[in-house]
Design a protein around this ligand. Structure first.
Ligand code: LLP
Length: 385
């Protein structure tokens, strides 16, 4: 863990802040890219996971495209220098100006999530005198065996179009003159650790692609989304996620002929390279005997524990004490749910100590808010310490 090695230098920065290990980010990208090359897979980085400019710059060096969830994310990617032809854009609720912007920029594909949206894209494309490349995001009804808060591909989810609806609307879809359906898109959820789930996904995709082709759809690519999980429990044991496993599963089970296969990884690329460094403000004990450590970060810097009950490993990187205690780590926000973790074992922890909240590179800073008028968290990079 980088923070432990550089704990003394971290004292020079005002807490809380995100610490990014750029070497680890590079190792992760290198691993993803080198295995993807073996199968000629295309990777788009899900920019919602972290859009820190420095992180984007490094990601760009490795030739990844971008997966976006809003018009502003598309803009951010383009401004960061990504080629629009490597950008895909999904989202159940794309607003008119966002659709128009994506059309104007000529991105690789708009991943369309309802038949009504498809008709709107078609109308806007006609107005712009363009034919727009679209992928249909299909809901495959698969349980990704992850935290229910972050699954997206079960039948009742708001995401994607039901397969049955696509089958029933095929003629209506094919009559649209200004959209070209070139791809199929699926994303079943995030933080998937039971990788056999991707096998089920492939089995469904194989059937769907075969039937869509029979109905006359000319598909050039299949985008199987992101979702590869990381090890939050023991990040040191698995700093680089297992891209080889997921690619090998997809390669063994996906039967889509010569069609290009795309991925949209967010968490797996950036989670482990980021730590939230926070300083201890105060200790106190509740009337019930709970020992609270009040840190200067809060749900405004990292909301995952409060929003999903997500676990992040926490360590005291400056205490030299041999005595251990059970502490509950709470933040500064004016919310009772502002608790990072409860009853965890740490060496004796005092005002002025630094804690690291690990595996926070994904959906940490990108979900930060200014509640209580907190400042947004700054970034510190390993190669600029
Ligand atoms: N593609 C689509 C269409 C997505 O909706 C997502 C994530 C991804 C790709 C990237 O998924 P990943 O590889 O990162 O699992 N804030 C939550 C996670 C929300 C994920 C939203 N969609 C969290 O902190 O766990």
């Amino acid at each position: 863990m980088l923070s432990r090695k550089v704990a003394d230098q971290l004292r020079n920065y005002r807490t809380p802040f995100y610490l990014y290990d750029i070497d680890l980010l590079r190792q992760t990208l290198q691993s993803a890219v080198s295995v993807a090359e073996r199968y000629q897979y295309v990777i788009h980085y899900a920019i919602k996971a972290n859009y820190d400019p420095r992180i984007l710059q490094v990601i760009q060096e490795y030739g990844l495209g971008i997966d976006c969830a809003s018009g502003n994310e598309v803009r951010c990617a383009i401004e960061a220098g990504f080629d629009p032809q490597t950008i895909v854009y999904a989202g159940v609720g794309k607003r008119d100006h966002e659709i128009r912007y994506a059309i104007e920029q000529g991105i690789f594909a708009i991943n369309c999530e309802s038949i009504e949206e498809l008709e709107v894209i078609n109308a806007f494309a006609a107005e712009a005198g363009k034919v727009v490349t679209v992928a249909l995001r299909i809901n495959p009804d698969i349980d990704p065996k992850t935290n229910h808060c972050i699954d997206t591909g079960q039948a009742d989810s708001k995401f994607g179009i039901s397969y049955e609806e696509v089958l029933g609307s095929a003629e209506r879809i094919q009559a649209l003159q200004n959209v070209r359906i070139r791809g199929m898109h699926l994303h079943i959820g995030s933080q998937i650790r039971e990788l056999h789930v991707f096998e089920y996904l492939c089995n469904k995709v194989n059937v769907i692609v075969e039937n869509l082709v029979k109905l006359g759809f000319e598909l050039d690519f299949v985008d199987v989304g992101g979702g590869l999980g990381i090890n939050y429990d023991f990040p040191e044991n698995e700093p680089v996620p297992n891209f080889a496993s997921v690619f090998s599963i997809i390669n063994s089970h996906l039967r889509v002929g010569e069609r290009q296969v795309h991925f949209e990884f967010g968490r797996a690329i950036v989670a482990q390279c980021g730590e939230l460094i926070t300083g201890v403000l105060f200790n106190k004990m509740t009337a019930t005997g709970r020992k609270l450590v009040i840190v200067d970060a809060s749900m405004t810097e990292l909301i995952r524990p409060m929003l999903y009950g997500a676990y992040h490993n926490i360590e005291n990187i400056t205490s030299t004490s041999d005595r251990h205690e059970r502490y509950t780590i709470v933040g500064t926000a004016c919310e009772s749910t502002d608790v990072f973790d409860e009853n965890i074992n740490l060496p004796e922890t005092r005002r002025g100590d630094l804690l690291t909240i690990k595996s926070a590179g994904a959906y940490g800073s990108s979900m930060a808010s200014r509640y209580n008028q907190h400042d947004l968290p700054p970034s510190v990079y390993s190669d600029q310490l």
